[in-house]
Design a protein around this ligand. Sequence first.
Ligand code: 5GP
Length: 177
Amino acid sequence: MINRYRILKKIPEKEIRQQVKKIAQNIANEYQNQEPVLIGVLNGVFIFLSDLVREISIPLKIDFVRLASYGSKNVSSGKITLTKDIELSIKGKPVIIVEDIIDTGLTLSYLVRHVKGREPESVKICTLINKLERREKEIGIDYWGFEIKEGFVVGYGLDYNEKFRYLPYILSLEIKD
Ligand code: 5GP
């Protein structure tokens, strides 16, 4: 199938670096002497998380989860399963869930419930991109890099059918199938 794209917005590398640094400083200030566990949501978060942790100036731990959501190709259906679970013990620990993008909020609300079941001391949410257009579940987001109103976001780890993940910048695309 041939797709055509129109670029609605570009977020250049410099702006991404500034926002990542800002989030990292806020996390470092708020978690002094606490060694938080950052749980990254694969696959899209891999570039953001690796840049973020290298800017956080306090000790922390890192783990990953992976979720599958079944639905039409660009929208999550809410039928979510966990395909890779947390491996570190998070009981009694401060946890920060790190997402690439929050859209409807369905994936994250499932994950928050799952994480809370492990009895962490606290759970905060960090996302590179907060997409407001299609939010269905109200979620308190503690740290975010960018708010994007329209389009399908790719680059800096985020893909469209496995394309564009490698781009060092972020694009918001209108996709014409
Ligand atoms: P939600 O459950 O919040 O609707 O969707 C969360 C997941 O859907 C994200 O972690 C991401 O994998 C995917 N997703 C939602 N919107 C976008 C988007 O604009 N671009 C990309 N690449 N993935 C998206």
